[in-house]
Write a protein that binds this ligand. Structure first.
Ligand SMILES: Cc1cc2nc3c(=O)[nH]c(=O)nc-3n(C[C@H](O)[C@H](O)[C@H](O)COP(=O)(O)O)c2cc1C
Length: 189
């Protein structure tokens, strides 16, 4: 019999550690699956909204993730009304689905000046203030992208719960909550 390719999935502790390892990898490796998670919010009228984002930081000891966005994007209005989000990653190589539930803090202005200083010029073009993202324009390129730090926002996701699903010869699913000190609980997959 061939050895189990994912022995880390057998124990709650190693499963949890592996999920964080893959999240951190997403921050540092542009080709890693966790580089581009899907972020879900709820709009003020109660509709689910999803979009691809870039994972900018992953802090395991604090149970925190970081995403950068335009302060005028509609996800900010969603989060102002309801500061909760979900984040999803399918890590094919690890056969691991990572689902995150988090409380979100929005930081902008002077509080994010240090972070802005590290944003490369090519990324700064996402933070133009002349047009609100999602605003109608007369033709496809009728917008400018002069960077403006005043519309740069950092989303701090304070994780409440992690739901991990590993697909193997036997599927395994576990939940880890901040409330339980990340102790972990096996669930029926
Ligand atoms: C590969 C990829 C990466 C993206 N990264 C981000 C990001 O880090 N932050 C962000 O706000 N939008 C990012 N976007 C754009 C969003 O998916 C979305 O179109 C935009 O934020 C507007 O979303 P909203 O109207 O729901 O707020 C990315 C899109 C793609 C395709």
């Amino acid at each position: 019999m061939s050895p189990d390719p994912h022995p880390w999935a057998q124990e709650l502790g190693t499963l949890y550690d592996h999920a964080w390892h893959r999240l951190v990898r997403g921050v540092h490796d542009r080709h890693a699956p966790a580089r581009h998670p899907t972020l879900a919010t709820v709009s003020p009228d109660g509709l689910p909204k999803v979009r691809t984002v870039v994972l900018r930081a992953a802090d395991k000891p604090q149970g925190r993730l970081e995403i950068h966005t335009n302060l005028h994007s509609s996800k900010i209005a969603d989060l102002m009304a309801k500061p909760l989000a979900a984040l999803h990653v399918w890590d094919h190589g690890s056969r691991l689905q990572i689902r995150v539930e988090a409380e979100v803090e929005i930081a902008s202005g002077a509080a994010v000046a240090d972070t802005w200083a590290w944003v490369p010029n090519r990324s700064r073009t996402a933070y133009g203030s002349s047009h609100t993202p999602g605003h109608p324009i007369p033709s496809a390129l009728a917008y400018d992208n002069d960077p403006d730090q005043s519309v740069f926002a950092v989303l701090h996701l304070n994780i409440r719960a992690l739901d991990l699903l590993h697909l193997g010869a036997y599927h395994r699913r576990a939940q880890f909550t901040r409330e339980s000190g990340w102790a972990g609980l096996w669930l029926v997959p």
